[in-house]
Structure formats: structure tokens, C-alpha cells
Design a protein around this ligand. Sequence first.
Ligand SMILES: Cc1cc2nc3c(=O)[nH]c(=O)nc-3n(C[C@H](O)[C@H](O)[C@H](O)COP(=O)(O)O)c2cc1C
Length: 203
Amino acid sequence: MHEDAFFDVLRSRRSVRAFTDRLPDQTLLDRLIEAAQWAPSNHNRQGWKFLVFRDKAQIRELSEKVHHSLCESLASANRLLAAQGHELLHFATLFDKAPVIILAMHKKSPAIGRALLGPGGSGCVSSEALSTAMAVQNLLLAAHVLRLGACAMTAPLLAREVWESIPDLPAGFEPTCLVAVGYPAEKPSPPRRKSIGHIVEYR
Ligand SMILES: Cc1cc2nc3c(=O)[nH]c(=O)nc-3n(C[C@H](O)[C@H](O)[C@H](O)COP(=O)(O)O)c2cc1C
């Protein structure tokens, strides 16, 4: 592959939040997971799982539960938080019309951060979560080259109990993010990027 083609793929991938009703074929879904499979991971532990939901009614029900749960949390939140509530509800529940959602999960970390760094170590980012995020990025790029649309979402996970109450969750794993997938029904324009000068420090 020519390097320009690779950079074109990176630049032209967008978060797609509106989908047609068409369910992507199983072979396409398999390819998305294959892309995730080849991501780097800490010690090559591959401490990730991907739960793929394809049932329209179940996806809508999950979105409704997220809406309900976040409304309850916002009702008891302080005024500053509640003011952002409308936007949060929107971005947390718009997976309701996706034909497919994928719950990316990472293995709960051993307490090595805490053991090595003391009580402050609990703030260090879990390598399993980072590895799973990298797998999700592979998946998003694969969706793009397969002409699917996708969007990674963490706002829905703020309704934690909704995801924890899904039956038969893999033991020892917790949600990393949700990915909505389908055929795009929108072509978003690229959101502005900070300049390279702004984000890099060569030392
Ligand atoms: C960790 C993470 C969490 C995100 N959570 C949400 C979300 O909850 N809802 C949503 O609509 N988009 C979500 N997004 C998508 C971002 O809004 C999007 O990536 C950003 O605006 C840049 O747009 P682009 O992906 O089209 O380049 C999330 C993206 C990332 C990386």
C-alpha cells in the first residue's frame, strides 16, 4: 500500500452516528474483529473481548435503559452537571438506531500499579484498557475501509449498571467503550484538528 493511501484512510475516517437499517453481513463483522485481533497489547496478553449485538429491539432497549439511568443520575447531580445533561443524553443514547453495537471490554487489571506506586498508583491507566482502545481504533479504521460507518462511545457507559446487568458477561472483564456500527446515513465533515505545532514538543 502506498503511504499516501494509508494517510488518506487515517484522515478520512469519521465518527458516523447515523445509519441505514441494513445489517452488515457476518463476513464484514468478522473482519472488524480480525482488525481488532491484530492490535498491539501489553505483554501480548490480548486482554480484550468484543460483545456484538445485532438485535434491533435489544439495542433500542439498551439505549432506553441508558436514557432512564442517566436521567436519574442527572436529577440528583449538581446544577453545573445538570446543565450539560441534554447534550450528554443525546450523545449517550444515539446508538439506538445502529444496526450493530459492539461492547469492547478489557480484562480487569492486576493491582500492579497500586503495588508498585502505592495508593497514588490506582490513578495509572490500565494497560488492558489502553490495549483494548488500540484494538478499537483498528476496528474503526477497518470499518472505514470496508465502507461501514462507526463511532466509539464512552458516554453510554456512564450508565454503568445497564451494561453490568447484561446476562452472561465474560467474568473478570469490564466495559472499555461501545462502538456503533452500520452503513452510513451521513457524511460528517472533518472536525478541526489542533495544529501539529500545538500538540508536539520535540526535545
Ligand atoms: C474515547 C472516545 C469516546 C467517545 N465517546 C463518544 C460518545 O459517547 N458519543 C459520541 O457521539 N461520540 C463519541 N466519541 C466520538 C468523538 O466525538 C469523535 O471522535 C471526535 O469528535 C472527533 O471526530 P472524528 O472521529 O470524526 O474525527 C468518542 C471518541 C472517543 C475516542
